[in-house]
Design a protein around this ligand. Sequence first.
Ligand code: PLP
Length: 384
Amino acid sequence: MSIIYQTIPSPAFVLEEALLRKNLELIAGVQRDAGVEIILALKGFSMWSVFPFVKKYLSGATASSLNEARLIFEEMGCKAHTYCVAYLPDEFEEIMRYSSHLVFNSVAQYERFRSAVSVHNTNSTDAPIACGIRCNPEYSEVETELYNPAAPGSRLGEVETAFKDGLPDGIEGLHFHTLCESTSYDLEKTLAAFEQRFGHLLPKVKWVNMGGGHLMTKQGYDTAHLVRILKKFKKKWGVAVILEPGSAIAWETGVLVSTVLDIHESRGIKTAITDISFTGHMPDTLEMPYRPRITGTSDPVPGKPTYRIGGVSCLAGDYMQEYLFDKELQVGDRLIFEDMMHYTMVKTTTFNGVRHPDICILRENGELEVVKRFGYEDYRDRLS
Ligand SMILES: Cc1ncc(COP(=O)(O)O)c(C=O)c1O
């Protein structure tokens, strides 16, 4: 759908419902063909106004904190698969109320909470909570250390030596997460490493959660291959398989709309200062770092209008190096940052008190719905 951005509020995250549906249909197809459960990882996408829509296609969602588990329970209407790097004792009772599965990051964490789970399961009329442990296969194709859970000394999951005495009683599942925007071929290699280190435990578990990072909605991803390897794994080990992608759900489903507020010039460098902030609204661009795509721009060539893009916070590094534009920019022009739905929205802050972008949905019938507008109270109530 072609969008007239000049008419959209700014700054604003705009999700296109039709693009989300396209992704969900593809993922639901993999879920059906491979006979696996695919759930949404809230850490990557927690725009809860579309949870009822997501739930039409996926089996549920995964949480990494009490807040996420509660959001799943209240807004998606189902219990969460919850994994926390460490559970907080004073939150654990409540987490159990919202969770169908609990994955522990270590054997010690499981030992600390197993009796609480057992009491809960005895007293609850719901299906018992299924417990699992996160494993570290010590193999990952991810090169950026910040995003590599299998880097040497990683605190995420147990390495094989933790299971020299086998699995603790009551553990029904194993979990690993080592992929990031990866292919099915990366998963295949990861499964080989996982089987090599943890294969002896697989006959004893009912399910394996293969984490996230399966970017099946990216153009060129070989979903037929993914289905084949998942079916093979299920058959070989007789286990249920769960995948919990975040990025794949919201991949290429929407943009961040911004407006040029000023053109600043210093020693021949022009900066288009906008109403967004890289550190406040797209922190990954500085952390990873990566260069976001801006519609209608390319890399600079001499003699053409080029601008740095400036954020509105006073952090000196809150800008992106030059982009090339077709024409000179004017105050009031819209700049559209592409593919900003996954991980961007969930990481925003109100640093400097900068205005948080509105959250909008472009409905399939062409209507634009502003589902959330942020104001002073949202800023004030984050602190006290
Ligand atoms: C344990 C776990 N599961 C799932 C995900 C979602 O991964 P992605 O959004 O790359 O699919 C992550 C991301 O960090 C994770 O840490």
